[in-house]
Design a protein around this ligand. Sequence first.
Ligand SMILES: [Cu+2]
Length: 135
Amino acid sequence: MKRNLLLAVLLLICSVVAVPAAEQDEFRAMIDKDGVQRVTVVGGDFYFHPSHIVVKVNVPVELTVTKDTLIVPHDINVHAPEAGIDFKVELSREPQVIRFTPTKTGRYPMYCDKKFLFFPSHREEGMEGVIEVVE
Ligand SMILES: [Cu+2]
């Protein structure tokens, strides 16, 4: 009996630990009074924060992007023209605003496409996330 309880506790702990990092770093955008969903994303070596952005469909989005490192170049890409989201922006210390209106629900990958020589791409290093468009 005690053994079963211990097993159940262990299973619970494992299932909590097994949640992917991207799911834990979720940001659900609120709609501001002017009808715009505003999200700030920071890119660094080698991550985006938040890495999981949830926005509502057919509501304009203002994505403010910055970089928190000096040397390594990074960019942010989402190429989902079928959902009204299609951009590639070079990240800098100065905030830049990307505007789009998502037109289709779904999960769209967001990533840095930089790669230096024979090293793994930044995306492979973990510099990726997802924009999730919901009803
Ligand atoms: Cu990068």
